[in-house]
Design a protein around this ligand. Structure first.
Ligand code: EPZ
Length: 421
């Protein structure tokens, strides 16, 4: 297993460019199953999760050409002739489950292993199942697998008890080829949903309302190939904004979309950071004022993103005063708190709340472990300002979701090396 060795690095200064969004490109790649024509996707980040999605599409019979030099993936769905995704691929990445809807719509069947939980929660799929059943699918599931078959998907009204991102995406993709109209109520509103809907509409789908809580999909007979550039990754954007603040640096974050990170901008400003929307990107300065505590509550978009909770908590361990962090999305997303406490952060966790005392004393480098990709990123950021050396193990989590994370940070003045055990 590989680890990052992070030395206390001083203020990060310079500019960094954001890669394409992991959580947009994965459902978009899954959506290429809906057509037997060729799709070209640009600004694809080089990530482990993208590699796994390529393997999944190949296992179904698609032709997949990855050209990471220019961040392009070309997918030819004409050869898709299977309806089963092997367990060894599903267990590598939960987002494999996003293929269920498109596979059902394309082939009339989908046999996928239960995606199972992960470290941040048990990650149920009941809303995905509810939506696909609502479109007429017969679904049988046991502890190990989910089997869905349907003669013809038919549009219907689907109410999501929770605005699940994945369920909204799965249902929207399946409904694109259903007979009649589907309305998803209490839909997720994330920018990645909008990017997926834009991709599907370029394929010939008829989707309205993506980005709101009500999405209307008028099914069509056939979807064709298309070309699409993936939106920038708003969580990578937020992570580098926090990197500038926690190191009291001055960083210009290029290829970012300010409108996708409003809650993170607001909370950084509450802490005393200076954030300017400049022509070339978002400029974040943590060096102009003393940074102070603030409170965070994670919510579905447009609320504060749960994926930014861990990186932001790292910042809160270094500011004046005690902050409260309320995680409302996932039931077990505070494992980084224990690792930060090993560095001296003295965080108290009580159910869905974490109480983060600020800069009583500086963090001290030690050996810590990444438990998920956002927790791993948080620990690296903490290591940039901790006294001495911090070793972050299990960095494969980080490499799943952040393209060239170490190189981008080092280009801003960080002192990180990668060691393969
Ligand atoms: C997506 O996961 C993202 N992953 C996650 O990012 C992100 O944290 C999450 O949305 C929330 O924004 C991808 O897009 C690949 P959900 P997803 O369904 O779709 C409950 C990262 O770090 N729920 O919106 O799985 C669930 O238990 C990853 O990049 C049900 O109850 O998230 C959770 O409490 C981590 N039943 C809440 O909804 C269901 O059928 C949010 O889950 C589905 C979900």
């Amino acid at each position: 297993m590989a680890k990052f060795v992070v030395e206390k690095s001083g203020p990060l200064v310079g500019e960094v460019s954001i890669s394409g969004a992991k959580n947009a490109v994965l459902p978009i790649m899954a959506a290429t199953v809906l057509t037997d024509e060729v799709c070209e996707i640009y600004d694809v980040p080089r990530l482990r999760d993208v590699d796994v999605m390529c393997q999944i599409l190949r296992s179904l019979g698609a032709g997949v050409t990855e050209n990471y030099e220019d961040h392009t993936v070309v997918i030819d769905g004409s050869g898709i002739d299977k309806s089963e995704i092997p367990y060894d691929l599903v267990k590598k990445m939960r987002a494999s489950f996003f293929v269920m809807g498109p596979l059902l719509a394309r082939t009339g069947a989908a046999f996928i292993a239960q995606p199972g939980g992960c470290s941040i929660g048990n990650r149920p799929i009941d809303l995905h199942i509810k939506g696909l059943k609502g479109l007429g699918a017969r679904i049988v599931q046991d502890d190990n697998s989910v089997e869905a078959i349907v003669k013809e998907l038919t549009g219907s009204l689907v109410y999501l008890d929770f605005p699940s991102v994945g369920a909204t995406e799965n249902i929207m993709m399946a409904a694109s080829l259903a007979k009649g109209v589907t309305t998803i109520e209490n839909a997720a509103e994330e920018p990645e949903i909008v990017d997926l809907a834009n991709f599907l509409n370029k394929m010939g789908a008829k989707i309205k309302g993506a980005g709101t809580d009500t999405i209307r999909i008028e099914g069509v007979e056939h979807l064709h190939g298309t070309r699409h550039t993936v939106i920038p990754d708003r969580i990578e954007t937020g992570t580098f904004m926090v990197a500038a603040a926690i190191t009291r640096g001055d960083v210009l974050i290029k290829n970012s979309v300010p409108g996708h990170v409003r809650p993170v901008i607001a909370k950084l400003i509450e802490c005393g950071a200076v954030v300017n929307d400049e022509v070339d990107g978002l400029r974040v300065r943590g060096d102009l004022r003393k940074l102070v505590a603030t409170d965070i509550k994670t919510l579905p978009y447009p609320g504060f993103p749960t994926d930014m909770q861990a990186p932001f908590m790292a910042l809160l361990t270094t500011v004046q005063g005690t902050s409260t962090v309320n995680e409302t999305i996932f039931e077990n997303r505070f494992m980084h708190a224990a690792e930060l406490s090993r560095m001296g952060a003295n965080i108290r966790v009580d159910g869905r709340n974490a109480y983060v005392p600020g800069d009583k004393r500086p963090l001290v480098g030690t050996s810590v472990m990444a438990t998920d990709l956002r927790a791993g990123a948080a620990l690296v950021l903490a290591g940039l300002v901790a006294e001495g050396r911090t070793e972050v193990a299990d960095i494969y989590h980080i490499e799943r979701g952040y393209e060239n994370f170490m190189d981008k940070l080092n280009s801003l003045g960080a002192k990180i090396t990668r060691v393969d055990d």
